[in-house]
Design a protein around this ligand. Structure first.
Ligand code: NAP
Length: 261
């Protein structure tokens, strides 16, 4: 039986990497981005769609802004219209600060933007999808509905010039934990992936900084992570390799989190 993954932020970076990894294993994808342009198949959501089709699967492109809660029912409805089901939700869409501010100077606008997309958006989209999954239980026992939160190593590592980002990611950790507890009785598994330093548009502007930090030993595995590294972890969860480990949190960060003396 084919599985369907609803992935926010599938137009680029980690979300695209997860979409392609899952599609390579036979998943259909409902991919969400804020501004998909059907004329552009070189980059963006329609490029991901073309790659998914090369893999023999279907990607349904969905325009949506996760920070706009009014979009959530339509996002789910478009996924169900296209495929008749949703088996996996990946809360991946996220932003860093438009401009880095010290915690003593950051603004309510910056705080609200980052929290609205990264945390509020993921929290309420999960609520919408979870309610659908609870109300429409799958008869196929081989499929465990799965929700994945893409948080960050910033859920635990504090950066005072990105306070709202760190708070949003730590909030995702608690959101994942709460949904894990609430949804267990419905046979829905919830997981959290904490990516480390991953090459994407988000980290483009800090390439040199992280090149140096990696060279100087920031990570045990001395290389940048890739969106596919995160995709493989997501696939392990969606394929049931962690079936008896709902609530699992995994860092995909080249050993970043191991404390050393
Ligand atoms: P990215 O390359 O900047 O891509 C961000 C994705 O999120 C894009 O597909 C973007 O779609 C989408 N998005 C942004 N705002 C949205 C909104 N309001 N509604 C719907 N979609 C929206 O970033 P990335 O590096 O792949 O990051 C993906 C996730 O991983 C984020 O949650 C990020 O915090 C997390 N993460 C990244 C790293 C890293 O090192 N890169 C590390 C840890 C965690 P559009 O095309 O519409 O802009």
């Amino acid at each position: 039986m084919k599985k369907v993954a609803l992935i926010t932020g599938a137009s680029r970076g980690i979300g695209r990497g997860i979409a392609l990894t899952l599609a390579a294993q036979g998943y259909d994808i409902a991919g969400v981005a804020t501004n998909p342009d059907s004329q552009n198949t070189e980059s963006g959501l329609y490029e991901t769609q073309a790659r998914v089709e090369e893999l023999g699967q279907t990607l349904c492109p969905i325009q949506g802004d996760v920070s706009n809660l009014d979009d959530h029912p339509r996002i789910l409805a478009e996924c169900l219209d296209a495929f008749g089901q949703v088996d996996v939700l990946v809360n991946n869409a996220g932003v860093s600060l438009a401009k880095r501010y010290d915690i003593l100077e950051t603004t309510p606008e910056s705080y609200d933007r980052v929290m609205g997309i990264n945390l509020r958006g993921a929290f309420f989209l999960t609520q919408t999808v979870a309610n659908h999954l609870v109300e429409n239980p799958r008869s196929d026992a081989a499929i465990t509905p799965t929700i994945i939160f893409i948080s960050s190593i910033s859920a635990t590592a504090a950066s005072v010039n990105r306070a709202e980002y760190c708070i949003s990611k730590m909030g995702m950790t608690m959101a994942a934990r709460l949904y894990t507890i609430r949804l267990a009785e419905h046979g829905i598994n919830v997981y959290e992936i904490q990516p480390g330093v991953i090459r994407s548009d988000m980290t483009k502007g800090v390439t040199e900084k992280y090149d140096h930090l990696i060279e100087d030993g920031l990570l045990l595995q001395k290389r940048w992570g890739t969106p596919e590294d995160v995709g493989k972890a997501a696939l392990a969860f969606t394929e049931g390799y962690f079936d008896y480990a709902t609530g699992a949190v995994i860092e995909v960060g080249g050993g970043f989190g191991i404390r050393r003396l």
